[in-house]
Design a protein around this ligand. Structure first.
Ligand code: PRP
Length: 209
């Protein structure tokens, strides 16, 4: 049978995911010495690893070309979920927050507030919950810039250490939700390759508790 294919999020989550896979006994030398290659074997050809951007991890898993994926809850919340979320891997911990320039009275006044974010769906859901109408502007990165240059009244963004906010004179006015890396599975793969997937899930569960 073909090896199970796992899509890993490149960048921030990559190193810790590889460390976890090594911890449960799979040799990851090929991934660590990948160069520019994007599909790599791990273990004794037990799995095939695909490296992709976070949102693409979800796309590959949803389309069934990858059986499993490791991706942040932030990307899951933003991009929907026609897949199974199997396990909270307990790393890549951070939070979504609403932040503004220091000492801003965000909720005062009657004008519609403008929010800049990389996560419009998460932002929309957060303010819908409050029955508050806001204008959302999608930004691709360094969202903290938007309130500083006067594009937005606030931002909804990921906060890990808080140092980016602090360095730019911004502060959290409300936490939105917690985020961490998750193991996800394609729905058909979960049925067709149940035993193999459950075995990997159990091993990962044992080292992430
Ligand atoms: C993320 C996030 C914040 C920063 C938070 O950005 O969007 O800007 O990290 O981390 P901190 O609380 O530890 O300072 P990232 O580095 O992924 O870059 P980007 O904004 O350009 O996407």
């Amino acid at each position: 049978m073909k090896p199970l294919r796992i899509a890993l999020t490149k960048g921030r989550l990559e190193k810790t995911t590889i460390e976890l896979l090594e911890k449960i006994g799979y040799n990851c030398d090929e991934v660590k010495n990948k160069g520019r290659r994007l599909i790599l074997p791990i273990g004794n050809n037990d799995f095939e690893v695909v490296l992709a951007k976070a949102a693409d991890v979800i796309t590959y898993v949803e389309h069934g070309v990858c059986d499993l994926g490791v991706v942040g809850k932030d990307t899951i919340l933003e991009n929907g979920s026609s897949f199974y979320e199997l396990l909270d891997l307990g790393f890549g911990k951070c939070r979504f927050a609403l932040a503004t320039k220091k000492d801003t009275d965000f909720y005062s006044g009657y004008n519609t507030k403008t929010i800049a974010t990389k996560y419009p769906n998460v932002t929309r859901a957060f303010f819908d919950d409050k029955d508050m109408d806001v204008r959302i502007i999608k930004i691709e990165g360094s969202v903290e810039l938007a309130p500083l240059v006067g594009l937005a009244d606030g931002i909804v963004d990921i906060v890990e250490t808080g140092s980016t906010l602090k360095a730019n004179g911004l502060e959290v006015i409300e936490w939105v939700c917690d985020i961490s890396a998750r193991l996800i599975a394609n729905t058909a793969s979960l049925k067709l390759r149940k035993a193999e997937i459950e075995e990997l899930q159990k091993k990962l569960e044992a080292v992430t508790k």
